[in-house]
Design a protein around this ligand. Structure first.
Ligand code: FES
Length: 102
């Protein structure tokens, strides 16, 4: 469905995990772009029905890209630059006010 334009920005790759699965993406990618490049189309579940959702606008408007990053929920994946070793998880439902996963 999604694939990067490989020749436009060659460079080092960064390692991260999504729900415990090891993945790599290009340095400079956002978290949402890195997930899409790895075939992850859904990164959150809605609070009401639990329906799967994934990045849509890629510019901070739709909030469909919410994920838990290094234990902190409600992070907009399309606005967060990927870093080496990031631990990214599916956001299930709404974030609890004081949620910080260990
Ligand atoms: S993809 Fe729309 S806000 Fe991130």
């Amino acid at each position: 469905m999604f694939r990067p334009i490989a020749e436009t920005r060659p460079g080092p790759s960064l390692g991260f995990t999504f729900d415990g699965r090891a993945m790599t993406a290009r340095a400079g990618d956002t978290v949402a772009a890195a997930l899409l490049a790895n075939g992850v189309a859904a990164c959150r579940q809605t609070p009401v029905s639990g329906a799967a959702r994934g990045p849509y606008c890629m510019m901070g408007v739709c909030f469909e890209c919410l994920v838990v990053i290094d234990g902190i929920g409600n992070r907009q994946g399309c606005l967060v630059p990927l870093r080496e070793g990031m631990r990214i998880e599916t956001q299930a439902g709404r974030r609890q006010p004081d949620e910080v996963r260990s």
